[in-house]
Each structure stands twice: as structure tokens, then as C-alpha cells.
Design a protein around this ligand. Structure first.
Ligand code: PMT
Length: 393
């Protein structure tokens, strides 16, 4: 695994040493790329000694390789920038390429991770926030800075994240395999919103985290991934085609439209079973109770199960009691190959939590219980189990 580590000019540049060591210990080859200003805080020789490679600062360093940024961008599995200053974030967001690091960024097609570090005032400035949001929308992974004592002798947000967290994020971004190459996987995620009138809706507590983690994990294994997403507050996973929808009907239309392209579906979305008959203008207060009539909407998963034609179909079951029995009955009723059952009565897993704990039921297979873990790890366990039987975990 080969990782490029960008170091820009801030006091936290010395912590790049810990990042190099952590990546190195994990078995990664590290190529350090520094800005001229970073060299004022830490010498290239230090990072060269730790990484065992000559540090790159400028395109003109090596007369034999004038297009080094392109060569390097072809070879790496991930590009991590730690610390990333406000200036570097602004250049990345705008595509300014006026030194080796920023020119390298716009030639990279591998996943990018940035760990910002700066004074609190600069971090909360609207321009920095807009730049971070723009990068996140583009699929750049942000390792958020922590709070604490800053170099300017004051306390606040903006400290570089712990080197371990940066190493973990870089390795996660770089880890990929070709196990699912050739497959096209559709994942649905998040809630649906069913309109009551132009300003109100009925929805549920799904955050989309489970589905997004599955989409990201499948993409890392080499699958082409189409993510049909309800309204959520999550950045698009790197390399995934995201189709945004609101209502169950719109989600069903998107699923049906993309159905011919895919061989596997993971239905992690919490689809509204019922929808109001939406009023065309905003409902007014009448001084008395308001009755809402809800009508049953489409069952997207059951629709797919009715015409499988070789589709590998995986549903989820959000249950609060008798979880395995209800899960089993949904597996059969909806004609699924697998169902991932989670207990949504708990606040530490399921809806809107970072963790989950699931049991995977499959036709002709022993149930697999995956204990509580981060949703990214649960996603990997689901892919391992489902694709092991298809021969390509
Ligand atoms: O998004 P998070 O906050 O990370 O939370 C994750 C989750 C709890 C939403 C997820 O793990 C999960 O359980 N998703 C399924 C939620 C759900 O709607 O479960 P269900 O038991 O009501 O439905 C069973 C299956 O049928 C699901 O795959 C669902 O997507 C599908 N369904 C349900 C209703 C409907 N009208 N159409 C459907 O396709």
C-alpha cells in the first residue's frame, strides 16, 4: 500500500513525524510531499529519515522527472494531508495549483484525506467552512480537528487530530481490493420524507450512516456502486454514484431505473410505509384537531423480490421486539437472499448511531451474529458474509 503524505506550513507540522511512523508501522510505503512553508517548521531530512524516501517539495527538484506529480498520482492508494492549513484547503477547494502539493492534489484520483489544523478564528471563518464543505461534497474525507491548548497560547478548536486517528483514516481510505470488481451494487440509505403539505412531512430517524458505510465498503472492494439516498446530512462516499430522492415513490422510481445495471441490492433505507395525501398549499390552523389520513406506499424491496432474475437481494429489518422471528418472516415474505436484522429499540445502535449490532439471516445458511461495532466494520462483515457464498468476498 502506498500513501502520499502532504505536510503544509503550520506549527502542527512536527506531528507529521508521528503520522509517518504510524503509516510505516502499518506496512505502508510513505512518500512525503511538503510545502516550502512546512520546511520552516520541520526539516525534510527528518521526514526523509522516517519515511526512507526523498521528500518532494517542488516539481523542479528532479530534472529526470518533471512530471513527478502525475507519476506519483498514478502510484498511490491514498493521499493524506496533515496538517492542512487554511491556505491549502482554499487552494484544494478552488483548484489553485501554484506549488507541488496543490498541483499534486488536482492530479490525484485516489481517495484524499485532510486533517485541518489552524487557529480557532481561522477554522470558524466562513471561507474555511465553505472550503471544507466543498471538499467534503467532493468526497474528500475530513479528519476533524480537536479542541485544546493552541500554539497561540489560548484554548479552542483547531488542534490537529491525534496522529492515530489520521493514520486510521488514511489506511481506511487506502485499503481496497478487487474482490468485487465487475459487480455493480445498488445500496439504498436514509429515510424517506412523505409530504403533508408543501412545508411539512412525515419521516423517521434514519441518518443514512449504515447504508453509506455499505456503499463505501463495496466501492473499496472494487464494485461500481449506485447509492440511492434519502435526505441525509452525510458527504457522498468517494467514488460512488449518488442519486438523491425524497419520497418512497421517488426512491422506488430510482431503484427501478437503475435495476437493469445492477447484480446486487442492499436495501438499508428506512422507507416510509405510509404517506399522507399531500395538500397542495400549506395547511392552516383551525383551532381544533387535525386528522391526517395515511395511505400505504410501495414496498420497494418486495417489488424487487417478486422479479429477481438472478439479483442478489439483501434487505434490512428494523425491529424492536422478537427481532429474529420478524426478520425471518420478512426474509421469506419478500423473497430475499439475506436479511440484516437490527434492534432499533436501543439508542446505542441502529437508527442514527455510529455503531450497530446485527444478525444476518440467509437462506440455507446459519445465522451470523455480528457484535456491536462501528457501522464501517458492520458493513465489512455484511459484505464478507453475503459475497463469501457468491465466491467473491
Ligand atoms: O440510517 P441509520 O441511522 O444508519 O440506521 C440504519 C437503519 C436502522 C435504518 C438500517 O440498519 C435498517 O434497519 N434499515 C431498514 C429499515 C426498515 O425500513 O426496516 P423494515 O423492517 O421496516 O423494512 C424491511 C426492509 O424492507 C428494509 O430493507 C426496507 O428498506 C424495505 N422496505 C420497507 C418498507 C417499504 N415500504 N419498502 C421497502 O423496500
Amino acid at each position: 500500500m502506498r500513501i502520499a503524505l502532504g505536510v503544509s506550513g503550520g506549527i502542527a507540522a512536527y506531528k507529521a513525524c508521528e503520522v509517518v511512523r504510524g503509516l510505516f508501522k502499518a506496512g505502508a510505503e510513505v512518500q512525503v510531499v511538503m510545502t516550502r512553508n512546512a520546511e520552516r517548521f520541520i526539516t525534510p531530512l527528518t521526514l526523509q529519515t522516517l519515511s526512507g524516501r526523498r521528500v518532494l517539495t517542488d516539481d523542479w527538484d528532479d530534472p529526470d522527472a518533471v512530471v513527478q506529480h502525475i507519476e506519483l498520482s498514478r502510484e498511490i492508494d491514498a493521499f493524506v494531508v496533515a496538517p492542512a492549513t487554511a491556505n491549502v484547503l482554499a487552494k484544494f477547494a478552488r483548484g489553485v495549483a501554484d506549488d507541488f502539493l496543490s498541483t499534486f492534489y488536482i492530479s490525484v484520483t485516489a481517495p484524499v484525506v485532510v486533517a485541518p489544523a489552524m487557529n480557532t478564528r481561522m477554522l470558524v471563518h466562513p471561507s474555511t467552512r465553505e472550503n471544507l464543505a466543498a471538499l467534503e461534497r467532493r468526497g474528500v474525507k475530513i479528519v476533524p480537528p480537536g479542541s485544546g491548548w493552541l500554539a497561540e497560547r489560548e484554548t479552542g478548536a483547531g488542534r490537529l487530530a491525534e496522529p492515530d486517528a489520521i493514520v486510521e483514516a488514511a489506511l481506511a481510505a487506502a485499503r481496497r481490493s478487487s474482490a468485487l470488481e465487475g459487480r455493480t451494487v445498488m445500496v439504498t440509505a436514509g429515510p424517506t420524507r412523505e409530504a403533508i403539505d408543501p412545508v411539512r412531512f412525515v419521516s423517521n430517524r434514519s441518518s443514512g450512516k449504515m447504508g453509506y458505510a455499505l456503499a463505501e465498503a463495496a466501492q473499496r472492494r472494487g464494485a461500481r456502486v449506485i447509492l440511492i439516498s434519502g435526505p441525509v446530512d452525510l458527504p457522498p462516499p468517494f467514488g460512488v454514484d449518488v442519486v438523491r430522492v425524497e419520497s418512497a415513490v421517488k426512491m422506488q422510481q430510482a431503484v427501478e431505473r437503475h435495476r437493469p445495471e445492477v447484480d446486487t441490492v442492499f436495501m438499508a433505507a428506512a422507507v416510509g410505509d405510509y404517506a399522507p395525501v399531500a395538500a397542495s398549499s400549506k395547511l392552516k390552523k383551525t383551532g381544533g384537531p387535525l386528522e391526517l389520513r395515511l395511505e400505504e406506499g410501495p414496498d420497494i424491496l418486495a417489488g424487487l423480490g417478486a422479479h429477481k432474475d438472478g439479483l442478489l437481494l439483501v434487505g434490512f429489518a428494523a425491529e424492536t421486539d422478537d427481532v429474529l422471528a420478524y426478520g425471518q418472516s420478512k426474509l421469506e415474505r419478500k423473497n430475499l437472499d439475506y436479511i440484516v436484522v437490527n434492534d432499533v429499540s436501543r439508542s446505542d445502535i441502529g437508527f442514527d448511531a455510529d455503531d450497530n449490532a446485527v444478525t444476518i439471516l440467509g437462506r440455507g445458511r446459519e445465522p451470523l451474529t455480528v457484535p456491536k461495532a462501528q457501522k464501517s466494520r458492520i458493513a465489512d462483515a455484511i459484505l464478507d458474509h453475503v459475497f463469501a457464498s457468491a465466491g467473491d468476498a
